[in-house]
Design a protein around this ligand. Structure first.
Ligand code: ZN
Length: 344
């Protein structure tokens, strides 16, 4: 049996107005037959980026390959929004060849990359690279974004945002996590100023990371995609102002299984699972159970405050009607207490 090849995912960070959408349009135009799925979290203009991309008319870009995450900063809504989206992409009959994620301008890349260690994602997807798009003229001016007022408005509009760091820190987090830094709008600087900026940026980022000048985001897919960085495996090498701060630096995830006894009916099981979802650190439950008098098994799955259950198929003779539940959460789950609450 050969190993399933992991789907590469590219994370594109950078402030509002830096040119992330232009870059993505250019990636679509130069994808060369690769089928890209886009996850768009730049909601500063309320869905405008997604509309622009959907309207691009490019054959490589089918409408259902574009998913908008408009519920707030992607790094702050990882468990509720981002992970279910990735899982849905993976569950498609024809999964994409490459996933491109445009983060909101204020998002911190590291917590997002860390999410790729989620148990059901890490075996199927790898972070091919983190691309930081910077606005050459703004950064040369010490502004970071061309329109700081728009960035501030974005911050105020985002109720999910739970990090209130100065722009300079967000900027440094973005470039220090990067596998490539694109200096967009390079044509707005004269050559000496561009050289100074490139040198200055090179001094702030990890060793051997390329700083690439660009105009209007026109860097080809062959340059940006396929870096094969495996970013989720070397997070410790990517410094961040938010390391050790507990709003973003969750420890790794863990999961464990519980054998489920037969239940008289679905309701009481669902009530127990709802309580488990409320327990500290629990992010997800899924599995199946036997219900007395039913030939079919009951599938249960829950995330956040949403719990579903339905019968999917008959039990097979060799399964002996033994139910099983997988509980996924942040490291340090109280496994004994959760097991007792479900199966007692
Ligand atoms: Zn965030």
């Amino acid at each position: 049996m050969s190993q399933i090849q992991k789907i590469p995912a590219t994370v594109i960070t950078g402030f509002l107005g830096a040119g992330k959408t232009s870059l993505i349009r250019h990636l679509l135009a130069t994808a060369n037959g690769r089928r890209l799925a886009l996850i768009i979290n730049e909601f500063g203009d309320m869905g405008v980026d997604g509309e622009v991309l959907k309207a691009c008319g490019d054959e490589a870009c089918r409408e259902d390959d574009i998913v908008e995450l408009a519920n707030g900063c992607i790094c702050c809504t990882v468990a509720d929004d981002f992970l279910p989206t990735i899982e849905a992409l993976l569950a498609r009959p024809e999964p994409p060849d490459h996933i491109v994620i445009e983060t909101s301008g204020l998002a911190l890349p590291k917590p997002l990359v860390r999410a790729f260690s989620w148990p059901e994602v890490r075996t199927r997807v790898t972070v091919d690279g983190v691309i930081a798009v910077v606005d050459a003229a703004a950064v040369a001016d010490g502004q970071f974004a061309s329109d700081p007022a728009a960035v501030q408005a974005q911050r105020e509009a985002d109720e999910a945002l739970d990090h209130d760091s100065p722009l300079a820190e967000v900027f440094e987090d973005q470039i220090q996590c990067a596998d490539m830094v694109l200096v967009n709008k390079a044509d707005l600087l004269d050559p000496p100023a561009l050289a100074r900026l490139t040198e200055d940026l090179s001094g702030q980022i990890r060793a051997n990371i390329k700083v690439v000048p660009a105009q209007h985001g026109t860097v080809d897919a062959d340059i940006v995609l396929g870096l094969d960085a495996g970013a989720e495996t070397d997070l410790d090498a990517r410094p961040s102002h938010h390391d050790g701060v507990d709003d973003h630096d969750h420890d790794d995830f863990e999961s464990f299984q519980i054998a489920l006894p037969e239940f008289a009916e679905p309701g009481p099981l669902a009530a127990r699972l709802a309580a488990v979802l409320d327990a500290p650190g629990v992010l997800r439950v899924k599995g199946f159970a036997a219900i007395a008098g039913k030939d079919m098994r009951l599938v249960v799955q829950g995330v956040g405050d949403r719990l579903q259950h339905y019968f999917d198929r008959d039990w097979r003779p060799e399964e002996n009607r033994i139910g099983r539940l997988v509980v996924i959460g942040l490291k340090g789950l109280d496994q004994d207490a959760i097991t007792a609450a479900v199966a007692a």
